[in-house]
Design a protein around this ligand. Structure first.
Ligand SMILES: [Zn+2]
Length: 324
């Protein structure tokens, strides 16, 4: 069975997966995001200690041979020598490699942990972007060239004065944070997206500035309400740039895997996907797959890509175009 990357991540708990695919791996709960356990399969590892996995994201890294990846799909393809599609297919249930069989459904209950309490808690202390205490959020938007959006503030886009970021070994640091509410197509809250920033409106000095809450992810950030026509972007900031350039009601998927899986309300019949012109081609591919999926759902779909050659420079997105 072939499942999209986001479905795989939704359905397979990293702990369950690594317990089956790493020798001597012992899941434990000491509160840390990173669990250093098991033998690294990418070098001749004799004792556990240098290999670790992230219990929430499924990322892995080895301090000995420096093998690393951002999720269990990347681990699976590296360990079993599969390309991305092959890994998806394999994880979706077809065993093409010789290993212990497992089923996607048997781990479902552990992966879909309920984060509604955490969502409520965070939202309780969120402020609107135009609140007097939300200056870091306004400075950040200004620094990104998006200050005009302050006159046309999106829905579901808020500011939290200090949310914790968990770094190496579970070390907690607090940052001012932009919080966006991710909703399903029907408008029910699914999870929160966070952009960690600094008091002077820069990106926070951490490896991953943008993060979804651990647990289930699906849907999009409904920045402006969908009507008959809607614009869809991968990133929140590119979506705001598209809004400023076109006046279109836009949603942001926040990642390529969620962009691929996006669905829109029944009365939205026209969808324009404003894709990212990525050096890696990930943005282009996601835009095409999303367009295919939406077309299959009966929508009239158009893809618009920013002009330019990402081969000669860095990737180009609609925020770059807006700021040109
Ligand atoms: Zn290693």
């Amino acid at each position: 069975m072939f499942l999209a990357a986001s479905k795989i991540k939704d359905n397979i708990s990293p702990l369950d997966y690594y317990s089956m695919h790493i020798e001597k791996f012992k899941p434990r709960n000491n509160g840390d995001k990173w669990i250093m356990s098991g033998l690294c399969p990418f070098h001749a590892d004799k004792s556990p200690g240098s290999f670790g996995i992230n219990r929430d994201t499924g990322a892995f890294k080895c301090f000995s041979c420096r093998a690393k990846g951002g999720d269990l799909i990347s681990f699976h393809s590296k360990k079993y020598g599969l390309d991305f599609k092959g890994a998806l297919k394999d994880l979706g249930g077809i065993c093409t490699v010789d290993r212990k069989p497992f089923s996607v459904t048997e781990t479902r209950s552990t992966a879909k942990r309920d984060n509604s309490g955490q969502i409520k808690n965070i939202l309780k202390s969120c402020l609107s972007i135009d609140h007097s205490k939300s200056e870091p959020a306004r400075l950040y938007l200004k620094n990104r060239g998006l200050d005009k959006i302050l006159r046309d503030l999106p829905d579901d886009f808020l500011f939290h004065p200090h949310l914790p970021f968990y770094g190496e070994g579970g070390k907690k640091t607090y940052f001012p944070t932009l919080v966006a509410i991710m909703k399903d197509c029907a408008g029910a809250t699914v999870t929160l997206h966070r952009t960690y920033i600094t008091l002077d409106g820069k990106k926070a000095p951490i490896p991953t500035v943008r993060k979804l809450l651990p647990g289930r992810a699906a849907g999009a950030i409904h920045l402006y309400p969908a009507d008959e026509k809607i614009g869809i972007c991968e990133g929140i900031e590119t979506a705001l740039a598209v809004r400023l350039m076109t006046g279109l009601n836009v949603w942001a998927a926040t990642s390529t895997s969620l962009l691929v899986d996006i669905s829109v309300p029944t009365n939205t019949t026209k969808v324009i996907i404003y894709g990212d012109n990525d050096k890696s081609k990930a943005g282009q591919q996601a835009a095409i797959t999303a367009a295919e999926n939406l077309t299959a759902m009966g929508k009239a779909v158009k893809i618009v890509m920013p002009a330019g050659s990402p081969i000669l420079s860095k990737s180009i997105d609609w925020l770059d175009v807006y700021n040109q």
